[in-house]
Design a protein. Structure first.
Length: 295
């Protein structure tokens, strides 16, 4: 399990991911704020600690893979990749602009570090399962991660992928379902509920955990548990808040919205203050061998 210092460092990474998301969407004029922010924590934990990747060699064959099935929330992945050094700073303001390398939806041909082109919802888990299966056949001991939205799980293809992965006991496949409760047309439970997805996944042979998906510690513990399931795939159902960590979480409609310069600056200052507090905590933990010491 991660130390308190490591967890605090991942909280800093997550706060920086949120700043970058808001920066890019503000420059673009409009974007998928809600789903990107609800997925910011899992993106931070994966790219900040667990994923074995190389920014200098994005196509390294022995890397871990990630499929952002809800490709419209790719901005969360772009932010993490930017912070890890996969592409230069001057790409950030070009999100969804003509000729950009950072399109609205993930595109592996345009962005270094993107492993699968996504955006047509419902297809990502099938791709992730196929990628994991191919790596297993090639003898690679790498992990494939997939992030799905709860709304896209209303489609049939994720269920077919769940059956396939469970049948083939894909122990190096870990799926996250971002249960933020909303989709472009409204509230998921009012349109077509998917709250029993975990029970069905278990019937298909998956290891299932349900956690607070906006909690760094819970995410870390769940990922470690999932990585220990060598004989079956894992599903981590993340109970999240759409737009979590910024003004958007208080909006009824926050799927695709604009971020004004004033909103961005206000949120940036607030998040940077939080980063400063966390940095002080990291320094305190470093001085005390990673242990909390009461004053």
């Amino acid at each position: 399990m991660l130390s308190e210092k490591q967890l605090s460092e991942l909280e800093i990474f997550a706060a920086n991911v949120r700043i970058r998301i808001l920066e890019m969407i503000s420059a673009a004029g409009k974007g998928h704020v809600g789903g990107s922010m609800s997925a910011a924590d899992v993106a931070a934990v994966l790219y900040g600690h667990y994923m074995n990747v190389d920014p200098e060699n994005p196509r390294w064959e022995e890397r871990d893979r990630l499929v952002m099935s809800k490709g419209h929330s790719g901005c969360a992945i772009y932010a993490a990749l930017l912070l890890r050094g996969f592409f230069p700073e001057d790409w950030a303001p070009t999100l969804n602009q003509l000729g950009t390398r950072l399109p609205s939806h993930c595109d592996r041909q345009k962005t270094p570090g993107i492993d699968m082109t996504t955006g047509s919802l419902g297809q990502g888990l099938s791709a992730a399962s196929g990628i994991a299966y191919a790596n297993e056949l090639l003898g690679r001991k790498v992990f494939t991660y997939c992030i799905l939205g709860d709304g896209e799980c209303q489609e049939g293809q994720p269920w077919e992928a769940m059956m396939f992965a469970g049948h083939h006991k894909q122990g190096h496949l870990i799926a996250f379902v971002d249960m933020n409760g909303k989709q472009v047309d409204g509230v998921v439970d009012e349109i077509l509920p998917v709250h029993n997805i975990g029970a069905h996944a278990e019937l298909f042979g998956w290891h299932v955990q349900t956690i607070n998906g906006n909690d760094i510690r819970a995410l870390s513990e769940a990922i470690e548990n999932a990585r220990n399931q060598t004989d079956r795939p894992s599903m981590i159902i993340m109970k999240t808040i759409k737009g979590f960590g910024c003004f958007a979480q208080d909006l009824v409609f926050n799927h695709g919205i604009g971020v004004s310069q004033e909103q961005y600056e206000s949120e940036r200052i607030r998040l940077e203050n939080h980063i400063n507090e966390l940095t002080f905590r990291v320094l305190h933990l470093s001085e005390n061998d990673g242990k909390e010491v009461l004053a």
